[in-house]
Design a protein around this ligand. Structure first.
Ligand code: ITT
Length: 203
């Protein structure tokens, strides 16, 4: 049987790897923006993760004529009143590396006591059909901002996101474990509930 094609609307290889692994059991043919290099950059000017995820999914579905799945995610830190939030990717300026971003965060958090270092990773995932039907779901994972980076797995802010229950940072977890507990895993679990409505063959 021909596989249904779905485009993952991200330029972030870390996200793509995780989404790919989490959707693998569905037997879809996963395409990414690498298959559509002509798609221009989508301006993420929404006020919420949900708005940005929907904007990316709608634009890519319209452009490719295929079902598109987009992820908008980031870190919200309690002591920073939710920052960097939707600005997580731009927190240390355009073109900064992951390490530059988390080092800037550790610097901004210096002097903040362990009890006040609570944070959450948030992931909004939107799915959109070429006709413009869209659903958005959100997943969240709570933890703390560590005092120093640890671990080499994952991507982004993972080395400084500490999970007290596991006694490890997100970057110290094997990918299979992160993919069981992360904000992205939780959002994709919810996505799997609504996805069948998008994958139905047109009569
Ligand atoms: P796309 O928009 O192309 O998908 P992006 O990297 O620009 O890629 P976002 O605008 O959603 O994505 O920004 C997400 C930011 O949050 C970025 O700095 C990531 O490194 C970080 N982030 C998201 N999920 C993460 C995770 O699971 N672990 C660590 N950091 C994460």
């Amino acid at each position: 049987m021909e596989k249904i094609e779905v485009v993952i609307a991200t330029r972030n290889p870390g996200k793509l790897r995780e989404i790919d692994a989490l959707l693998a059991p569905l037997g879809l043919r996963i395409l990414s923006l690498a298959n559509f290099p002509e798609i221009p950059e989508i301006i993420e000017d929404g006020r919420t993760f949900e708005e940005n995820a929907a904007k990316k999914a709608v634009a890519v579905a319209a452009h490719t004529g295929r079902i598109a799945i987009a992820d908008d995610s980031g870190l919200t830190v309690d002591a920073l009143q939710g920052r960097p939030g939707v600005f997580s990717a731009r927190y240390a300026g355009e073109g900064a590396t992951d390490a530059e971003r988390y080092r800037k965060l550790l610097e901004e958090m210096s002097g903040i006591l362990k009890e006040k270092r609570g944070a959450a990773f948030v992931c909004a995932i939107a799915v959109s059909s070429p006709e413009g039907k869209t659903e958005t779901v959100v997943g969240l994972c709570r933890g703390e901002i560590s005092l120093a980076p640890r671990g080499n797995h994952g991507f982004g802010y993972d080395p400084v996101f500490y999970l007290p229950d596991l006694g490890k940072t997100m970057a110290e977890l094997e990918p299979e474990i992160k993919n069981r507990i992360s904000h992205r895993a939780r959002a994709l679990e919810k996505l799997k509930q609504v996805l069948p409505n998008f994958l139905k063959k047109k009569q």
